[in-house]
Write a protein that binds this ligand. Sequence first.
Ligand code: AMP
Length: 144
Amino acid sequence: MKIRNILATKGMNTISMHPEQTVKDAITLLTQYNIGAVVVLDVDEKLVGILSERDLIRAVASHADVMTRPVSSVMTSNVITGTPQDDLQSVLQTMTNGRFRHLPIVDRGSMIGIVSIGDLVKAQLDEYKGEIDTLRTQLIEGEA
Ligand code: AMP
């Protein structure tokens, strides 16, 4: 299965913010949309960072003034991205090896969505279930 199939099912809607917005704004978004990470885009809508719950915990541990800081000071700037053509298996491997749970998807320079490890595990389980159903049907038909 390709990442484009997963995005088609879950939708391309991505919650984003700008680097100069505050950590408090980020927490408000994460809470409001019940998500674990938000992507950070510059004025040209170019991806410049990602901020996850993990970054927020780190920031709380290091800065007393955390809530009023700009997200640019606590986000991860070196963002690893995927493409719609990537395989589910290879992306799962990349995220497991890199120990991160969110992957923005970029197509011809523009961000078109984000997948979480939860989306990928669900897609993988659905795929396995489909294969099991097919094999079961073939078995039953073979017995008849
Ligand atoms: P997560 O597991 O996604 O909550 O993130 C764990 C850490 O990896 C945090 O510091 C995130 O900012 C960072 N992170 C999450 N997704 C990515 C990504 N696609 N590329 C680079 N770093 C990421």
